[in-house]
Design a protein around this ligand. Structure first.
Ligand SMILES: Nc1ncnc2c1ncn2[C@@H]1O[C@H](COP(=O)(O)OP(=O)(O)OP(=O)(O)O)[C@@H](O)[C@H]1O
Ligand SMILES: [Mg+2]
Length: 211
């Protein structure tokens, strides 16, 4: 099984959004799981809202560790097909390091603001110290031009940066509220969001050698 941790020290970068949305997209082809390592439990609550929806896909599933350590759990499922997305706190401390260590690679979402682009350096340094591969995805750009500028600024870190991005779209917030993937929602806005997510996931799999 592929294990993908979403990490960023910066709060609100898009870890939970990407974990959930990518888990739905990837779940169309393979088993997917979500592991919520954030005590805010936003992803666990999203899964609970999802459980209320009639006819929703049974992927992703929520993985609960109970008393098992992440390392043991990862070892137990390592030969299964599919992807486990690990949502983390806005920190890279021991708890996050534990997830990163067992991961195939790490997705670092970053908003295209000056402060976020600066702060992501600490997250990337931590992932590098732990010895895992990171890829960056620009999230919630107000305008494509802002994402292009952000990518140029991010090139200084020497880490693969996704050539496409997620725009700032209300439909992601609707999806968060509804317990849905945008890919499961109706309407033109959802199709646009779905297309950019698919592009990101396709690129991530290639860039991170996740296969
Ligand atoms: N591309 C986007 N367009 C619009 N809203 C977004 C987008 N990405 C994230 N958001 C919204 O921004 C907020 C923060 O996103 P999210 O919860 O995914 O970040 P996070 O990194 O998990 O935050 P935390 O560090 O608190 O765990 C949420 O309300 C979410 O719906
Ligand atoms: Mg979160």
């Amino acid at each position: 099984m592929r294990i993908v941790t979403l990490a960023s020290q910066k709060g609100g970068a898009g870890k939970s959004t990407l974990a959930r949305q990518l888990a739905v997209i990837a779940g169309e082809r393979e088993p997917t799981w979500l592991l919520d390592r954030d005590p805010q439990a936003t992803t666990t609550k999203w899964m609970a809202r999802r459980a209320e929806i009639e006819g929703v896909a049974d992927r992703p599933e929520l993985l609960e560790l109970g008393n098992t350590s992440l390392e043991t759990a990862a070892g137990q499922v390592s030969d299964q097909p599919g992807t486990l997305f690990v949502d983390t706190r806005p920190a890279v401390e021991e708890r996050e390091a534990e997830s990163i260590r067992v991961s195939s690679f790490v997705i670092v979402p970053v908003r295209p603001s000056f402060d976020d682009l600066e702060a992501v350096g600490d997250t990337l340094a931590s992932v590098k110290r732990i010895g895992r591969k990171a890829v960056i995805v620009v999230n919630a750009a107000k305008h494509p031009r802002r994402a292009v500028e952000a990518r140029a600024a991010l090139s200084r870190y020497g880490v693969p940066v996704c050539p496409t991005h997620l725009l700032d779209r209300a439909v992601y917030q609707d999806a968060a509220l509804n317990g849905q993937g945008v890919a499961e929602m109706k309407g033109a806005a959802a199709r646009d969001a779905e297309a950019e997510l698919r592009a990101v996931w396709t690129w991530v799999l290639e860039a991170a050698g996740g296969e």
